[in-house]
Design a binder for this molecule. Structure first.
Ligand code: GLP
Length: 236
């Protein structure tokens, strides 16, 4: 594991964007696993700048996102599809038809999970998976549990996650109680993993995840078993 500590959020964003840019430059048809949340916003902004400057070309890239809230359509401004369209896809030259987010409105989320895993498999897996981390150690929406779940699956959000994500909604009651998330199989089979964490409040969970025991109670701790993980952490 490479553990990079930086001084500021801006530095974190630059580092992460450079790692993603390097991936796309070396392999223009990369499959990028992408994440939502406030942490990757700076990274996405930098990638858009690089693309605008002609330094990175996303024309041949495919993206697969980690997760989506249940019941939110892509045009809902709280959906993760909306987040990705507006914070990244519209600002780079990626082909929107090659950007995938699980469908949180699928009637049968179990079936949607199977479809999503099949899609990732048919793409040849993920070349680089970008991850944030929740305060309870969740990655994607893989919440603390008795077991690590392999497949893309429906989850009940942890009360602490609902609390943490309420800041994006008008009220806590509006935060969906369920979501669909990529499971540990697609994440762990990614060739490279880049996890970004920002802020003093993430320090404890980052320490537990990468330097403590591997347990499904701290979902990110499974990443200790991955052969190519880079963590970029800023205490700002
Ligand atoms: C959400 C997402 C996660 C993300 C987490 C942390 O719950 N499903 O993928 O890592 O938020 O978000 P933030 O970066 O805002 O702390």
């Amino acid at each position: 594991m490479k553990f990079i500590t930086v001084k500021s959020y801006d530095e974190l964003s630059k580092k992460a964007a450079n790692i993603i840019a390097a991936q796309v430059i070396l392999k223009p048809c990369s499959v990028l696993g992408l994440a939502t949340g406030s942490t990757p916003l700076g990274t996405y902004k930098k990638l858009a700048e690089y693309n605008k400057a002609g330094d990175v070309d996303f024309a041949d890239v495919t993206s697969v996102n980690l997760d989506e809230y249940q019941g939110l359509k892509g045009d809902n401004d709280q959906s993760y599809r909306y987040f990705m369209d507006n914070n990244l896809f519209k600002n780079i030259n990626i082909d929107i038809n090659k950007t995938f987010v699980p469908d949180g409105c699928a009637v049968d989320l179990a079936k949607e999970g199977q479809r999503y895993d099949e899609l990732i498999k048919n793409l040849g897996g993920i070349d680089l998976q970008l991850l944030g981390i929740g305060l309870d150690g969740h990655i994607g929406f893989n919440e603390p549990d008795e077991v690590f779940t392999k497949e893309t699956h429906e989850v009940e959000l942890d009360p602490s996650t609902i609390e943490a994500n309420a800041r994006f909604f008008a009220s806590k009651d509006e935060v969906p109680k369920k979501a669909i998330t990529m499971g540990m199989m697609s994440i762990m089979q990614a060739k490279k993993i880049l996890l970004i964490a920002n802020g003093k409040n993430k320090k404890d969970i980052v320490e537990k995840s990468f330097f403590g025991p591997i347990t499904p109670q701290i979902p990110a701790s499974i990443l200790q078993l991955h052969p190519d993980v880079t963590v970029v952490f800023s205490e700002e």
